[in-house]
Design a protein around this ligand. Structure first.
Ligand code: GRF
Length: 197
């Protein structure tokens, strides 16, 4: 049975595009929805251009009432019936209630070599620490922010004089390879970790 995938974004959606463009042919899943908490997210137009249903649930009217915001997300998700949810640059922290509802069905891509540098500003923190390598991780989403089981990772070198933007661009290239690969395995029921060379 082909798996149904919903992708949640907040920004440009380059990871979303790499996932969508890989879900063809013998891929065990298909995209059914791209949803954003920002109406001005550039990724929405990219999804529409690829014939995928889109939706916007603006978080701002809900203020600090995260459960109410998430109820609104779930109302849209319930209509799409996803088997898998991919967070792809979705910049809202989800509550335990939402995460438990989708436990074992939700993935996220994070721009660091988890468990290092959970949270924000990952590239600058790796540079400031004098690390030789950085990278990205795809993990299952749990109630602990960026804390779930890592299903895939890819590394890049940190070069002398790198700015965080330089590093972000180098890591993003790997993200676009890693996330589709992990989703394809996850949709086929494979949970063993894979590390990209
Ligand atoms: C990516 O670097 C991702 O790792 C992070 O947010 C960025 C989103 O980029 N969580 P895009 O919207 O997929 O281009």
């Amino acid at each position: 049975m082909t798996k149904r995938v919903a992708i949640l974004i907040s920004g440009g959606g380059s990871n979303m595009v790499s996932l969508v463009e890989d879900m063809t042919g013998d891929h065990p899943a298909r995209p059914v929805l791209v949803m954003s908490n920002r109406a001005d997210a550039g990724g929405l137009e990219k999804a529409k251009a690829r014939g995928i249903a889109t939706a916007v649930v603006d978080h701002r009217p809900f203020g600090s009432d995260r459960p109410a915001f998430e109820d609104a997300l779930n109302r849209v998700l319930d209509q799409a019936h996803p088997d898998i949810i991919c967070l792809a640059g979705f910049m809202r922290v989800l509550t335990e209630g939402f995460v438990m509802r989708w436990q074992g069905k939700m993935l996220n891509i994070h721009p660091s070599l988890l468990p290092k540098y959970k949270g924000l500003h990952t590239h600058q923190r790796a540079i400031d620490a004098g690390d030789a390598e950085a990278g990205c991780s795809v993990h299952e989403v749990t109630a602990e922010l960026d804390g779930g089981q890592v299903l895939g990772q890819a590394q890049v070198p940190i070069l002398r004089g790198d700015t965080s933007d330089d590093l972000a661009a180098r890591v993003l290239v790997k993200e676009h390879k890693l996330y589709p690969l992990v989703l394809r395995r996850f949709a086929a029921g494979i949970r063993e970790r894979i590390d990209l060379p």
